[in-house]
Design a binder for this molecule. Sequence first.
Ligand code: C2E
Ligand code: CA
Ligand code: CA
Ligand code: CA
Length: 275
Amino acid sequence: AKGEGKGRSQFFHAQMDIDYHYRQRLKTDLRDAVAADALTLVFQPLLDIDSRRVVSCEALARWTHPELGAIAPTTFIPLAEEMGIISQITDFVVRSAVAQCSQWSGDIGVAVNVSARDFRGLDLPSLVDRALREADLAPSRLELEVTETAVIEERELAQSVLQSLSARGISIALDDFGTGYSSLSYLSALPFSKLKIDRSFVQDIAGDERALSLLANVARLGRDLDLTVVAEGVETEEQLNAMLEHTGIQQVQGYLFSRPLPARDIAELIGRLNG
Ligand code: C2E
Ligand code: CA
Ligand code: CA
Ligand code: CA
């Protein structure tokens, strides 16, 4: 048993070494990729639940490592935050997303994810002003998504930055709602116009009455606050039907409608669904 224990701990050390070296390598390569403008964007549509028309698209960052292949944003975004280079990524995402949006037919909007670090690391209002001016896009077409965790980590700064963005006509969405803190007091203090309910609330609603009732109640909370309520992660017709019948959810996003797509394909999808 002793020998086994020793072997296992050696294994753990070896594993930690691999993790450590892997992370170091990713960090070095991510720094280079960001400097070389090698990240790309994909877009996923948000649809109006009744008309099934695309109302906006969320921009999501992608990194394809030359040797390791696709690295998930849930891996490289936290690394970028840790390294202090997330602002460069946000700057790139805002400018490219706004430029793409100006190519789309109709008045379809674009949503960009903002990190807690961006409140300190960036002058978001001027970045946004510049991007909108360069693309000649109305502020009402841009939406910024922030998480509960981000606004609570940077409460006062977040409040003033979000107020100034909102005063320009940019909408602010609260992302991943329900996964963060349980205090809801910040909800009325910040200028949100949209609530995106995390997909963990959607997952089990087909065939689980308690899950459906929970989702319906979260949606009602959003409606009572005059927010547009979005369900994330809709994957099946059953989930969609349950939502249509039992919740006041207004917009939906998920693999049922479309995976995130490169710019060229999303423009075609918009044409097909809204044309
Ligand atoms: P998020 O902001 O909640 O984005 C939605 C995520 O859910 C995306 O994952 C999307 O591909 C995925 N998704 C959409 N529909 C479905 C579905 O029906 N089922 C399932 N299982 N998943 C679905 P992705 O692109 O891997 O991004 C993960 C997270 O990484 C994002 O979560 C966001 O927090 C972060 N992220 C991505 N791009 C950016 C960015 O440009 N800036 C920042 N700060 N964060 C980003
Ligand atoms: Ca988001
Ligand atoms: Ca989300
Ligand atoms: Ca998320």
